[in-house]
Every structure is written in C-alpha cells, then in structure tokens.
Design a protein around this ligand. Structure first.
Ligand code: HEM
Length: 385
C-alpha cells in the first residue's frame, strides 16, 4: 500500500515537473523567435536608408528623407569603416564609423540569444526526459540512520557563496540578454528600466562575491579533483546513473564531479576576466594578449585589436561562457535536489547517511567509517568498520 502511494506520489511529481519544463521550453522558443528577428533587422528610425549598407555602391543616389538627404555612396564608404585623413594626433578618429560594431550588434542580437535559448531549453528538456525515464535515484539500501560529515562549515559557506552569487549573476545577466523581449511585454518599459538599473548594479557588485566563492572552493577542493584510477571505471559505467543497482567506486568526488569542478573553475575564471575587461573598459586588452599567446603555439590570430574590438569580443565571450555555465549548473542543481535522494543533505546540514555514502562514494565512505567518523542522530559514535 505504502509502495503504491509512493509510486502515485512519484507519478504526480514527474507529471508536475514535465508540465513545468514544457512551459519553460515553450517560453524560450516563443521568446527566441519573433523578437530577435525584429531586433536584428534594426529600428528604421535610427538606421541608414534601405540599400545604403549593401546596395549603396551599385546605386549611388541622394535619398531625401525627413527634410535631409543621404549620399549613399559616401555613407557606404563610411559604413564600411573607410580610413579618412585627420590632423589630430589620434589617427583612429579618421574612421567615422567602426563597422565591426555592426557585426557585433548582429551577433549579439541574433544567433547569440537564439542559440543560447535553445541550449538552455535543450538541457532542461534532456533533464526532464532523464527524470521521466530514470526517476529519482534512491538510496537503494534505505537510510541507515547513521551519518558522516561530508562538507564542513567552511566548505558549505564557500559553496553557498558561489552558488547564490552565481544565481544572482545568472538572473541579472539573462535580464540583459533577454529581459527586453520577455519582461517588457509583461511589466512595461518604465518598470523594466527601473528594475534593470538595480539588476545592473547588482550584477557588477555581486561579481566580487562570485570571485571570492570561486577562490574559496578552488582552494578547498583542488586536492580532491585530480584524476584517480577509480574515475575510469566510474566513467565506463556511466557513473551508475543509467541503471539501478550499479554503484561504481568513487573517492570524495566522483569523475562526473571532477569534470564539473574543472568546468566551473575554468569557465568561472574566463567569465571573471572578460567581465573585468567589460567593467574597466580599455584597461584590459584581454583578447590581444590571449591571441598573441595562442599565436605562439601555431595559431594565426589578429593581435592589433582596437579598443572597441576588445570590448565587442569580451561582451560576446562573457555571454557565451555564462550561457554555457548556466546549462552546466542546471544539471548540477537537478542532481543535487530532485535527481538524487540524500544528495542535498551534503550541502544542507553537511551530514550524509552512511548508506548514501557507501553507494555513491564507496572509497571515501570506507575511509571515514574505518576512522570511526560515523555517528547516530543522538551523537553516539558508530564503532569503526
Ligand atoms: C540551488 C543551487 C545548488 C544546489 C542545490 C547545489 C547542491 C550541491 C550539492 C548537494 C553538492 C554536494 C554533492 C556531493 O555531496 O557529492 C554540491 C557540490 C558542488 N557545487 Fe553545488 N549546488 C547548487 C549550486 C551551485 C552553483 C551555482 C555552483 C557553481 C557555480 C555550484 C558548485 C558546486 C561545486 C564545485 C561542488 C563540488 C563538486 C560537486 O559535488 O559536484 N553549486 N552542490
């Protein structure tokens, strides 16, 4: 009876999740389509006349508009970034229109948010599918009642500093990329503008909490994240994720967690550097230096980037890496909450059930149990195994 009720509850749980994820998927696809198409075609009030950008050279003419006139041939040259003569020291001022900005604008308002939305919806869809097929990964032998400390207070503080700051940065960053398409229709321009000013400041300042969280967790967990022989078995068995009763051995962190750790650290550092270069424009020529380093190992990349090109690349790279990390974190949050029974306790109370530890981190659990570190809820220690 209890089993039936349990199955019923699980069915309802799955159904609710499935519905929520379909709604999310629909939201992203609806948001991605017409709004971006409209934005990349530009606002006719502030753009040059039709034909000026592409057809100008073949159709030189003066188009009267709003009482003024455009010389399309001249505009085309300016628009394509022609270098003119100036008598001032800064010769860059001879370029009236930096046309790399137009390419940046097209990518920033077109493929970037569109593919970003598809990636996020795709990963949520895959997680929903995984949940429907595999269900919640249960503690197969049930809870023993005895627990071991998995993460101490400092580790949990570092994790939650990293996690909460990342979630704030993700939400405020997504607002920069998608807010105007998704939120303006819901809350209106004025409310959106006021909210976005707060969100922008939050994004700039919370970035430093993220950097601190990244540094703390890196220092605390680095030693657990070097490859070990168990990792190969773990990977070969898919971590036991896809079949019941399979529990490949793992130390404190399994191979999946080690991969996650390095993805978070490397993309976190990359997001930090590109974010700093956006925050302090023109002071950090990050791409010229990176390209110069890559050229030393055989690449052939431009190293004389203008300050504007540096900013354009930084803004695109920052967004691409952030979207990538958001997708990775969706999977992490899923497995740390809904996806696996007993996992959240590791970061909640810091204590995990000994049966959970034996099933998911057998090598680590054996060491802890042998050292007599397990105890009952009353505080009474469990004799060493
Ligand atoms: C609501 C959000 C989150 C929840 C519920 C959550 C939950 C957890 C849990 C339960 C663990 C311990 C896993 C274990 O005992 O083996 C963990 C570990 C970890 N978390 Fe999170 N986390 C969240 C967000 C984040 C974010 C946003 C980041 C980074 C940007 C992050 C980075 C890490 C890292 C590096 C580890 C150690 C490696 C691992 O266990 O995968 N977490 N998290």
């Amino acid at each position: 009876m209890a089993e039936l009720k349990n199955n019923g509850e699980r069915g309802a749980e799955r159904w609710a999740l499935w519905n929520a994820l379909i709604a999310l998927l629909a939201l992203f696809i609806v948001a991605a389509q017409p709004a971006f198409a409209q934005s990349s075609s530009g606002n006719p009030n502030v753009r040059p006349p039709a034909g000026a950008v592409n057809g100008g050279a073949t159709a030189p003419m003066v188009v009267p508009e709003k009482g003024g006139s455009y010389d399309i041939e001249l505009w085309t040259k300016l628009r394509q970034g022609v270098q003119g003569q100036v008598s001032i020291m800064d010769k860059k001022a001879g370029v009236l229109v930096d046309s790399s900005g137009e390419t940046w604008r097209a990518v920033r308002n077109g493929p970037l948010p569109t593919y970003g939305a598809y990636a996020m919806a795709g990963i949520l869809g895959l997680l929903a599918l995984f949940f429907l097929i595999r269900g919640r990964i249960r503690i197969e032998h049930g809870k023993s009642g005895a627990t071991i400390e998995r993460f101490n207070y400092l580790e949990r503080t570092g994790h939650w500093l990293l996690a909460t700051s990342f979630i704030i940065l993700a939400l405020t960053g997504l607002n920069v990329l998608y807010g105007r398409y998704v939120l303006i229709p819901v809350m209106g321009k004025e409310a959106f503008a006021s909210m976005s000013i707060v969100a922008k400041w939050l994004h700039n300042y919370v970035a430093f909490a993220f950097m601190a969280g990244l540094l703390i967790t890196f220092v605390l967990w680095l030693r657990h994240n070097f490859p070990s022989k168990e990792d190969f078995i773990w990977l070969a068995k898919g971590g036991g994720m896809f079949s019941r009763g399979v529990h490949p051995p793992a130390r404190k962190f399994n191979a999946g967690q080690k991969i996650l750790f390095w993805l978070i650290m490397l993309s976190g550092i990359s997001i930090t550097l590109s974010g700093l270069s956006l925050m302090f424009p023109f002071d950090m020529p990050m791409f010229s230096k990176t390209f110069a380093a890559l050229n030393m190992i055989g690449f052939d990349l431009p190293t004389q980037l203008t300050a504007n090109e540096e900013q354009q690349l930084a803004s695109l790279w920052h967004a691409i890496m952030a979207l990538f990390l958001i997708c990775v974190i969706f999977a992490h949050i899923y497995i740390g909450t809904l996806g696996m029974e007993g996992a959240f306790d590791a970061m909640g109370t810091g204590q995990v059930d000994t049966n959970w530890a034996k099933e998911h981190h057998s090598v680590w659990a054996e060491e802890e149990l042998a050292a007599g570190k397990a105890h009952r809820p009353s505080g009474q220690p469990v004799p060493a195994e």
